[in-house]
Ligand binder design. Sequence first.
Ligand SMILES: Cc1cc2nc3c(=O)[nH]c(=O)nc-3n(C[C@H](O)[C@H](O)[C@H](O)COP(=O)(O)OP(=O)(O)OC[C@H]3O[C@@H](n4cnc5c(N)ncnc54)[C@H](O)[C@@H]3O)c2cc1C
Length: 257
Amino acid sequence: MNLSFSEEDLKFQDEVRSFIADNYPADIKNKMDNGIPVSKDDILTWQRILSKKGWFAINWPEEYGGTGWSVTQKHIFQNELADANTPTLVPFGVSMCGPVIYTFGTQEQKDRFLPGIINNDVWWCQGYSEPGSGSDLASLKTKAVKDGDHYIVNGTKTWTTMAQHADWIFCLVRTETTDIKQQGISFLLIDMNTPGVEVKPIITIDGSHEVNMVYLDNVKVPAENLIGEEGAGWNIAKFLLAHERTGIEVYLLLREK
Ligand SMILES: Cc1cc2nc3c(=O)[nH]c(=O)nc-3n(C[C@H](O)[C@H](O)[C@H](O)COP(=O)(O)OP(=O)(O)OC[C@H]3O[C@@H](n4cnc5c(N)ncnc54)[C@H](O)[C@@H]3O)c2cc1C
């Protein structure tokens, strides 16, 4: 087996390396190299630089703004980012919610939500875990009751990473209670500015603020924010976890003390 890069790959590596050298802001590099926490603005600045170059949503299909790179090119790109010690790309929009929307969403939902993710205008967080529903995720209890063209959502999400920065949260909610707990779960997008959404910090043992409780109290969510069919959320959840858990080695550097 030949594990060497081809001439073309080496050229690509040079291109990526020079782009990072020319465009990685010195102030963010200084923080990263010295273990100083980067801010939300730092993360967005770097992600927007990549996005402008067309190098942000590298795994998305080209029709939605992906790169069309080979597996080797993606590997080279990730290696170069790591070698340059750039901030970790926040996965909630680009690696989790985006793939769900372009795979299961309607054309209207794709048009509405994908540009905000790829341009880094909208910060997403993940509302899966609940108090008492972690490993046993399908036992989740957050309830969404249909009321005309809206859902009324009540429940509590926990360990929600960077919810304090988020504009939107993608949530697993229970739209029906059946004997089989994996049934009756739906995938709903909720604007964090909706009345009834409250974020409270969880300060971890190292004193940092990365995770949160998110309380949902009679939150009125337009039914058009449902992704896929009502009750089909468990399949979507598993699809998303396949994207999430392949990035499990990522350590999020945006920590606040
Ligand atoms: C830093 C951090 C960030 C996170 N960010 C998010 C986020 O943004 N959004 C989100 O939705 N969630 C998030 N989570 C939640 C995370 O995915 C859950 O912690 C995870 O699902 C485990 O749930 P739990 O913590 O309730 O543990 P539990 O489910 O209570 O498990 C506790 C322990 O018991 C073991 N255990 C559980 N069930 C069994 C069993 N049947 N048999 C044997 N052993 C068992 C587990 O392996 C574990 O060791 C985050 C967690 C952390 C630590």
